[in-house]
Structures are given as C-alpha cells and as structure tokens.
Design a binder for this molecule. Structure first.
Ligand code: SF4
Ligand code: SF4
Length: 374
C-alpha cells in the first residue's frame, strides 16, 4: 500500500488553507526548450529571467532525485477593494497588497511537506515560490491547476487568475494530473486592455513591454512606456481586471492579503519623502520591496508626471540631492515636465548639474534644462 495518496495530500492541503493542488511530471517542462529559445530570439525575455534554458526546464538541477512535482495555488482575490481617492495615489498590484506571499506560501508548503514526511520514510522535498528559474505557470498548467489565458496567466475556473503559485519537488512518484484546455474562446479583452500592447499575440507576452516587469526593471524606462505606466508604482493588473473569469471568480477571506497600511503605501507625496527606515516599515513586509526603495520612488516620480500633479513638485525638487543617481536624474526629468519654462527650476537643475558626477544623472539633467528652456 502507498504510504500517502494524492487524495490524502489534497485533503490535508485543503485543511491548511491551500486552495488548489495538482501533480505534474518533472519531465513536463522539457517540451518548452524550443519555445524559450524562440522567445529569446524574438527579444521577449527580460533581464530578470534566467538565461540558461536548461535551468528553466530541469527540476533535477534543484532536487536530483525528483520524481514528481506537487503544484499548489493560493487565491489572493480578497473581498477588500482599494478606492483610489485622489490623483496623489499610486497603484500597487493586488498581488502585493498584503504581506509577502513568498512567506505565506512557504509556510504552507513546509507544513504539507512535513505531513508527507510523517507518512513516508526517506522522502526528500524542495519547495519553491517564484524565486527560482523553473517555469512555474507551465508546471501549474501540467498539474491541472488551471488553463493558459491569452494573457499568459493560469486561470482556474473557480478562482480566476488572482492566484499565487508554488511547487514542491519530491522524490516520490505520483500519477500526473491532466492539463486543461484554454477556455478563452473568441474573447480578446485582455489583449485590448493592455496599455503597452505587451500581449503581442494570444498567449505570447513581450516581457520587455509588460508593466509588471517594467515597474521592477532597474535604470531608465523608455519615455513612451513610462507614459503608459499611469499611476502604477508596482506591477500591473489591467489584463486580469479585464478578464471575465476574474469578474466571476470566488472571493476569499484571507486577512494576510488585505492591505493594512493602505494610505502610506499609496500616497505619492509620502513615497517621494520616504526615508530608508520608513521604506522598511511601509514596504518591507510586502513583496513590492524586493527591488528596493529607489525603484518605488522612481515609479512614484513617473506617476506624478503622468498625473501632472503639481503638489509633487517640492518633494521632487528635494530628490535632486538624493543619494541615488537614478532619482537625481528622474527628478530633473520630472521637473522639466511639471514646471513649464520655470527659470528658478532651470537654475536649480543647473546647480545640481555642476556637482553631478554620474553620467546617467548628468544626461537627464542636461536634457531637462533644454526642455525647460524650450
Ligand atoms: S500585466 Fe499589464 S502590461 Fe503586462 S500584459 Fe497584462 S495588461 Fe499588459
Ligand atoms: S480576458 Fe478573455 S482572452 Fe484574456 S485571458 Fe481572460 S478569457 Fe482569455
């Protein structure tokens, strides 16, 4: 008799608050070798993706004895809704409203692993959330967690696509579950809604245009794309908001994913003035902190320009003296958009330029002065 069955694992997972569980073969990713090569050749991969294709399709690099993958999903479709009262509010992806999901999922997968280990001798596991090169969505698809939507996300009939994914690699064989066919049909609402046309064709996403990546990308953001960011300061939910499957998806009561420090995290002025300590307090417990304070402030500066919010001008001026060259450059850029031909502002940027040593900041400041001079 088997030491533990799939049904027992699914039942325990449900008891500890995991919404969905499925099983996949570790070989299920091998078929994506050419897909990944083609994506790379077309320039659709982004800088945070692992370049070594073998690492993306080989779970055995993480657990050499792996015989199955247990895929899990947890809905973050909480009943809470955020009301963006004023233009001074930046938008944060729903996935980062509450506490860092990596922590929440890891705890649940640890419990699930311990449960299996309590039933079976010599079981080895490795659990992963998002912080590894493996193709997570493809694993979830093969494990029957959901089907691929044209926006490249996994959609579950009951929970929609607002689901966090995790995987347990295990050295024990389980019969794989059956993948589900797409149910998008003739719908193309996500493709139409995408502000940057990042869904280049159904199921194919150009990550370099996708705002979920752009908002966490280091350095400069191309001007045309920055405009499309609107007030987004972390991530993008637009294609998910457009999806009819999310409109009728089940809501969950999960206090850990409800934002408790709502106002400071969304208040653009507060973000622009934020110290290291305040960043650690306000953003630290959430997944939106992983790329650091400067990127969130850069995005807040861009949001101020996109909303033409004059109350941002004074805090942005202070950033001309920031420790970060990225922010010194972006503050000059923003002032040139928010302060039409203002001689005092030109003088302030000129003064900053005299002191400036960083090439990027210098270039942004010089361009800003020219723009302000008209
Ligand atoms: S996350 Fe935003 S930018 Fe990316 S594909 Fe969806 S709508 Fe487009
Ligand atoms: S919006 Fe329509 S096309 Fe896009 S994922 Fe949802 S159902 Fe599919």
């Amino acid at each position: 008799m088997d030491c533990v069955t799939k049904e027992e694992i699914k039942k325990f997972a449900q008891q500890i608050g995991i919404d969905l569980v499925g099983f996949a073969s570790p070989d299920c990713l091998k078929e994506y070798n050419n897909f990944l090569k083609e994506r790379e050749n077309l320039g659709y991969s982004c800088s945070i993706e692992e370049r070594d294709i073998q690492k993306r399709i080989s779970p055995e690099f993480i657990l050499p004895e792996v015989k199955s993958i247990i895929a899990i999903a947890l809905s973050y479709n909480v009943k809470h809704e955020i009301k963006y009262y004023s233009r001074n509010y930046g938008i944060i992806s729903r996935s980062s409203w509450g506490v860092d999901y990596h922590k929440v999922l890891k705890e649940k997968m640890e419990k699930l692993s311990e449960f299996i280990k309590s039933k079976c001798q010599e079981v080895k596991t490795a659990y992963l959330v998002d912080n590894n090169p493996l193709l997570e969505r493809e694993i979830a698809y093969h494990a029957g967690i959901g089907w691929f939507g044209k926006n490249g996300l996994i959609i579950n009939d009951e929970y929609g696509s607002y689901i966090f994914l995790g995987e347990i690699l295990i050295n024990k064989y389980f019969e794989p579950d059956v993948p589900q066919k797409t149910k998008c049909g003739g719908c193309d609402l996500c493709i139409k809604a995408c502000p940057t046309k990042a869904i280049v064709e159904p199921y194919i996403i150009d990550a370099n245009k996708c705002l979920s990546y752009i908002t966490v990308k280091k350095g400069k953001i191309e001007g045309k794309i920055a405009k499309k960011m609107g007030r987004r300061i972390y991530g993008c939910d637009t294609c998910q908001q457009a999806c009819p499957f999310n409109k009728r998806a089940k809501k969950v009561i999960r206090p850990e994913f409800v934002p408790d420090k709502l106002l400071p995290r969304h208040d653009l002025i507060k973000i622009l003035n934020m110290s290291k300590k305040e960043f650690a307090e306000i953003f630290g417990p959430t997944s939106s902190s992983w790329r650091g304070k400067s990127l969130i402030i850069r995005n807040a500066i861009i949001a101020c320009v996109n909303t033409k919010e004059k109350s941002c001008i004074e805090p942005i001026k202070n950033l001309l003296k920031s420790e970060s060259p990225l922010l010194r450059g972006y503050s000059a850029w923003a002032l040139s958009h928010l302060c039409d031909k203002d001689k005092e502002v030109v003088a302030e940027i000129k003064e900053a330029l005299i002191e400036e040593k960083d090439e990027f900041a210098k270039e942004m400041m010089a361009k800003a002065i020219n723009r302000l001079k008209g």
